[in-house]
Structure formats: structure tokens, C-alpha cells
Design a protein around this ligand. Structure first.
Ligand code: SF4
Length: 318
């Protein structure tokens, strides 16, 4: 009889993985391919996940960074992160067919930014410089109308234009705890600053962070399935570490894991960023099954039933 494999409990965070905005964005590309045939161009990675991008590329999607790389006569999809206003304006000028896969929750932030601007307010945007969502949100308003604040230190030192009322908004995928700290500094310094009616950090980010906190606090190792350029995935790793888990790693595929990493451990936690499909979580669990007798326990902190409709042009095609 071969030696029995050691036991390992894997706590799966619930919810994890795909959110409604990612699901919709991928469906928009798939539906565009079905309706228009290949190639369909996609401006920026549709969602920040290499597996998703490669799967769509194999079906005929062509990923580019700028609209100028797209021929006039092929459809183009804008990614879930949103785009500056100049992008659809240019597509219209060139009479292109374009489909906007911006998550409706990002679009909501855009509309809020426009409202604040129309009320004569200067906008403080809490987010990460260079992230496409931040570029898209800043690009809803004329240059100079938005000041970006990335952290508590910048919240302490930022000098918005004097004598102009202020409002703030946030990137949708930030750390809930870090953002609360930044907001409290801004509100102390600018007590009259307008506060959004509802939190801009989205339900999916909030729920995934709450879930990883729960499992990471009970685990000796946390693995986040996600991509280094995925903001919400990076935040999950940080939240796991802060929840007291001795080690928190990010992987893109199961093959990156040497299962001996769990030797001597009894409990590990696994979660996935909002752009990572469940099949990649299954890959990770399978890697550990090679070496351990695995018991999987799902720890669910919130149920999600959010579904976003496709744009009207594609609904009609279904
Ligand atoms: S993480 Fe949130 S804002 Fe981003 S696509 Fe998903 S639901 Fe939309």
C-alpha cells in the first residue's frame, strides 16, 4: 500500500472570481465575434487576465492599445475599465462600429464625475495613477478639473484650487480599508467636500475583500489567482496579508505552483480576482490534490445576484 497523502484543507473564498462587469465584457466580445465575424478589435485587454485574453484571441479578437491601430472598417470593443471621452468621439468621427464594454458601475462613476463638474466642483479622484480606469475617469472631464490622490500621504499634502467647492470619487477596485483612511484625511482637511451618495468601490471588490479576510485569517498560506496588472487582485493579496495570514501569493495559473509549498501546513486559502475565471481556481486546487488529500470548504460571506445586460445593439442580435 502506498503511503497516504497528508491532509490539507483548502478554504475557498466566496465570492471570488468573475464579477458581473467582467462577465458582460467578455460576452460583448464573444457576441461581437458571432455577429461581425473575425477580426474584432479590442482596445486594451478586455479584462486584466491573460487566460481570458488568449481565449478570445484564439476566437479572432485582436488586442490593441490605441484606436489608431484599428482599421476603420472593423468593429472595436472598449474594455471594461472605461475610456476617456475622446475615444468614442474619435470612433464616431471615423464612423467606426464600436461597442462599449465599460462596466456599468464604472459608467456610474463617470456620470457622477460629470455631475460634480456641472455643479462647478473640482473633483478629487482617489485611485492609482496609470490604471486604465483612472485614465478613463479623468478623461470624462476637461484637463485640470480632476486631482488624483493615491494614498494617505497625498491626501495630507494635496492642494486643490482655492475657492472652488470640492467633490470626491474613487476607482471601483480599491482597498476598502485604505480608501476609508484616505477619505477621512480628506474630510478632515476639506470638511465641506461633497461626498458621493453611495460608495464608488463596487460590490464585487467589497465582497471579495470581505471573503478573503475571512479565509486568510484562518489559513497559513493564501493564494490569489489573478494578474499583477489587475487592481482588485493585487488588493486581495494585500488584504490577505493584513488579515494576519503568514504568507500571501498571487499566481496566474496552477502550473506556477509547486505544491510542496504547503508541506507542513494544514489549512490554506484560495481566492480569485474579479477578472479570473473559475477554471483557474480549479487548476490551483488540482495542483494540491497531486500531493495532498484535499478537503475543500467554501466560506461564503455574501451572495451575489448581479447581472448586467448587454448593450442594446447586441441584445437585438441574440
Ligand atoms: S470589479 Fe466592479 S467595477 Fe470592475 S468590472 Fe467588476 S463589477 Fe465592474
Amino acid at each position: 500500500m502506498p503511503d497516504a497523502k497528508p491532509a490539507l484543507t483548502i478554504l475557498l473564498a466566496g465570492p471570488r472570481g468573475f464579477c458581473a462587469g467582467v462577465d458582460r465584457a467578455i460576452k460583448i466580445v464573444e457576441e461581437a465575434l458571432r455577429r461581425f465575424g473575425a477580426p474584432v478589435y479590442v482596445r486594451h485587454e478586455i479584462v486584466h487576465n491573460r487566460f481570458v485574453v488568449e481565449t478570445l484571441r484564439a476566437q479572432g479578437a485582436v488586442f490593441v492599445e490605441e484606436l489608431e491601430e484599428v482599421p476603420d472598417d472593423r468593429p472595436v470593443v472598449f474594455s471594461a475599465h472605461g475610456v476617456p471621452k475622446s475615444v468614442p468621439a474619435e470612433a464616431q468621427r471615423r464612423e467606426m462600429i464600436y461597442l462599449d464594454a465599460t462596466c456599468p458601475l464604472v459608467s456610474k462613476v463617470h456620470r457622477g464625475a460629470e455631475r460634480s463638474h456641472a455643479q462647478g466642483k473640482h473633483l478629487i479622484l482617489i485611485g492609482h495613477a496609470g490604471h486604465p480606469e483612472v485614465i478613463g475617469t479623468m478623461g470624462q472631464l476637461p484637463p485640470g478639473s480632476v486631482t488624483l490622490v493615491e494614498d494617505v500621504a497625498q491626501a495630507e499634502s494635496v492642494q486643490p484650487p482655492e475657492g472652488v467647492p470640492l467633490a470626491f470619487t474613487t476607482q471601483t477596485t480599491l482597498s476598502v480599508d485604505d480608501t476609508a483612511e484616505i477619505v477621512s484625511v480628506l474630510r478632515r482637511r476639506f470638511p465641506d467636500m461633497a461626498v458621493p451618495a453611495k460608495e464608488d468601490i463596487c460590490y464585487a471588490t467589497t465582497n471579495r475583500q470581505a471573503a478573503v479576510k475571512e479565509v486568510a485569517s484562518r489559513a497559513e498560506l493564501t493564494i490569489v489567482v489573478g494578474a499583477p496588472n489587475s487592481s482588485n487582485s493585487v488588493r486581495l493579496r494585500e488584504v490577505a496579508a493584513r488579515a494576519g495570514c503568514p504568507r500571501a501569493l498571487m499566481v496566474q495559473r496552477g502550473a506556477e505552483i509547486d505544491p510542496s509549498i504547503a508541506d507542513g501546513l494544514s489549512t490554506i486559502a484560495v481566492t480569485a480576482g474579479a477578472s479570473a475565471p473559475e477554471v483557474l481556481v480549479e487548476e490551483v486546487v488540482a495542483r494540491f490534490r497531486d500531493r495532498f488529500t484535499v478537503t475543500v470548504e467554501t466560506v461564503t460571506v455574501a451572495e451575489e445576484h448581479v447581472v448586467f445586460k448587454l448593450p442594446p445593439a447586441l441584445q437585438a442580435a441574440q
